[in-house]
Design a protein around this ligand. Structure first.
Ligand code: ADP
Length: 168
C-alpha cells in the first residue's frame, strides 16, 4: 500500500492545495493531508479549523484523510510508517527550498521519497501567505480558495458577500 503525506500549513487551504490533493489522491492508495503545527506562530485559522476545512473540501476523495503533527516530518512519518512526501512546485523559489528540504529529509531518513507535482497554471500565483495578506486588508479571495473556505473567511473576518460583488 503506497501512502503519501502532503504536509503544509494550509493557513488557509487554497485551490492550489486542493488541486495537488486531487491529483495526488489518484497517484497513491492513501493520501494524508497533514498540518504542520508550529506553536511559535499565531495562525489565521486554528489547527481544528484548518482540519475541518480540509476535511470538508476533500470529502469527495475517499482515500484522503486529514491529520496534524508537530516537530520533524521524518519522525512523524517513521512513527506512522509513511514512505512518500507529496509537495507542490509553483516557482523557482519553491524549487530551491524544496530541493534543500527533500535532500535533508532523505539524509535524515533514507527510506523517505519526496514526489513533486507542478502547480496547475491557473493556481501558480496563489499562496496562503498572500491570501492572509489580502484577507487582512479586506480584499477579495473568492476565486482563490474553495467555496467553503471562502465562507469560513467571511464568517471569521466579517466580510459579506455583498461587499465582494462590489469589488469583482
Ligand atoms: P503556502 O506555501 O501557500 O504558504 P503551504 O506551506 O501550506 O502553503 O504549502 C504546502 C505545500 O503546498 C507546498 O509544497 C507548496 O509548494 C504547495 N502549494 C501551495 N500552494 C500551491 C499552489 N498554488 N499550487 C501548487 N502547490 C502549492
Amino acid at each position: 500500500m503506497k501512502i503519501a503525506v502532503y504536509p503544509g500549513s494550509f493557513d488557509p487551504m487554497t485551490k492550489g492545495h486542493l488541486d495537488v490533493i486531487e491529483r495526488g489522491s489518484n497517484m497513491f492508495d492513501k493520501l494524508v493531508v497533514s498540518i504542520l503545527v508550529n506553536s511559535s506562530k499565531t495562525p489565521c485559522f486554528t489547527t481544528d479549523e484548518r482540519m475541518d476545512m480540509i476535511r470538508k473540501a476533500t470529502s469527495h476523495l475517499k482515500n484522503v484523510s486529514v491529520d496534524h503533527f508537530e516537530g520533524l516530518l521524518v519522525n512523524y512519518m517513521k512513527e506512522n510508517n509513511y514512505e512518500y512526501i507529496l509537495r507542490g512546485l509553483r516557482t523557482v523559489a519553491d524549487f530551491e527550498n524544496e530541493i534543500q528540504m527533500s535532500t535533508m529529509n532523505k539524509k535524515l531518513n533514507n527510506k523517505v521519497e519526496t514526489i513533486f507535482l507542478m502547480t496547475d497554471v491557473n493556481y501558480s500565483y496563489i499562496s496562503s501567505t498572500l491570501i492572509r495578506e489580502i484577507i487582512k486588508f479586506n480584499g477579495d479571495v473568492k476565486n482563490m480558495v474553495p467555496d467553503l473556505v471562502y465562507e469560513k473567511i467571511a464568517q471569521k473576518y466579517g466580510r459579506t458577500k455583498d461587499e465582494d460583488h462590489s469589488t469583482s
